[in-house]
Design a protein around this ligand. Structure first.
Ligand code: ADP
Ligand code: MG
Length: 399
């Protein structure tokens, strides 16, 4: 789960990371008022969206007056910010963060990620701050410092000092960098984060080490342990299809293709998506309806998949191990009677009581296209989608 920059800053500051003074605003007037409260004569107005790359997209503006702040806000509120991380549809701006402008001397990159190969938290840092890590690794790979943390002992001060020295931090500032690294590591491990990124971490003209940007991502599976973090969820920043699914207890990831997938089990869902690609189609989603594919769950899944306007065929792929194909078939029939599905539906059932399941599907009289194997199902889905497409084009031509 992602959180906003201002939320990540508040969390990290609780762990000893220094951040500039700032305040949140929901309107241009409030932003100007917040700036007056903060004092000073230069501020930065920052769009709060769950994405980086805001600076280059007009989502971070330096202001030196009330008027400039209001103007910056007018250009942000209610708009969609499109950055290279948001996709073409962008993310809505409903909050801005007003922050004291900091005199930057040097910029650094600092990131903490879960390194799967070493099964450890890895600290990634570079003296080439301000650039995205992808750019740094493409253009200045030698500048990247990596260090993995031994979980039994946590981040040691000497290790943090080594990172600071490798970054070329002046000796007088090393202790501030160590404090920042320790704060980030503690926040990461104590709150079950999967990513902490400070880009840029800056050294100021008056020798302070400050986090100018902050990004944190948390492990969904651990949120039950951190109600104060799960409260920070902002649905306005999520793919509406995915938040609807999460609210219904289904694992759903929206994709760009046209073939909707309803599958029980994450591994089978992945295999189904691969097979659709192999057959020349593209999946519209990943959807795991879980083990107990009850009629209610199948109906919910259909509603969810059909709410995506790009879906032109639906492939149902169920393997009944503990489950039973006859129950699933009943669920499927009930769902198709309840939910309006006006695209071809392809069903492949396998496992326990498959014959009974097939009989229920035949008896229902519903135009379900059946398949024996996964490959067959994928091929039929692609053909059905293509036929549906030519039919739709013909209809449009007739009109
Ligand atoms: P993003 O990474 O989404 O573009 P950042 O928060 O990193 O957003 O802001 C972009 C750039 O704006 C930073 O690299 C920094 O140069 C500048 N900036 C951000 N916050 C401040 C601040 N409080 N004072 C001065 N400059 C800032
Ligand atoms: Mg940044």
């Amino acid at each position: 789960m992602d959180v906003h920059e201002y939320q990540a800053k508040e969390i990290l500051s609780g762990f000893g990371v220094e951040v500039p003074p700032g305040a949140l605003a929901y309107s241009p007037e409030q932003a100007a008022y917040r700036a007056r409260e903060l004092g000073g004569d230069k501020w930065v107005v920052k769009a709060q969206v769950h994405a980086g790359g805001r600076g280059k997209a007009g989502g971070v503006k330096l202001c030196d007056s009330d008027h400039a702040i209001q103007e910056a806000c007018e250009s942000m509120f209610g708009r969609k910010l499109v950055t290279h991380q948001t996709g073409p549809e962008g993310k809505g701006i409903y909050r801005v963060y007003v922050e004291a402008a900091v005199p930057i001397e040097r910029e650094f990159y600092l990131g903490l990620v879960m390194d799967r190969s070493s099964q450890r938290v890895m600290i990634v840092a570079s003296a080439e701050g301000g650039m995205e890590i992808e750019e740094i690794s493409a253009e200045k790979p030698d500048s990247i410092v990596r260090s993995t943390v031994e979980p039994a002992v946590g981040l040691q001060d000497f290790q943090a000092r080594e990172i600071a020295f490798e970054l070329g931090i002046e000796p007088g500032l090393v202790s501030q960098v160590v404090r920042t690294l320790q704060g980030c590591y503690r926040a990461f491990s104590e709150l079950d984060a999967t990513m902490v990124e400070i880009n840029p971490l800056v050294v100021t003209g008056d020798d302070r080490v400050i986090a100018l940007d902050a990004k944190m991502t948390f492990d969904y599976n651990a949120l039950f342990r951190h109600p104060q973090i799960s409260e920070l969820r902002d649905k306005s920043q999520e793919d509406p299809r995915e938040s609807r699914a999460a609210d219904r207890g289904l694992s759903y990831v929206g994709l760009d293709g046209n073939i909707g997938c309803i599958v029980n089990g994450a591994g089978l869902a992945m295999a189904t998506m691969d097979t659709i690609m192999l057959a020349g189609g593209a999946p519209a989603n990943f959807l795991d309806i879980g083990g107990g594919a009850t009629p209610e769950r199948v109906a919910k899944a259909f509603r969810l998949v059909m709410s995506d306007k790009n879906v032109q065929a639906v492939l149902v792929n169920i393997f009944a191990g503990i489950n039973r194909c006859d129950w699933v078939a009943e669920g499927l029939v009930q769902a198709l009677n309840e939910v309006q599905v006006d695209v071809p539906v392809i069903a492949r059932l396998a496992g326990t009581n498959v014959e009974e399941g097939q009989r229920i599907l035949s008896k229902s009289g519903l135009p379900i296209i059946r398949a024996g194997t996964l490959m067959e199902a994928a091929e039929r889905a692609v053909v059905a989608w293509q036929n549906d497409l030519t039919q739709a084009t013909r209809m449009r031509a007739v009109k």
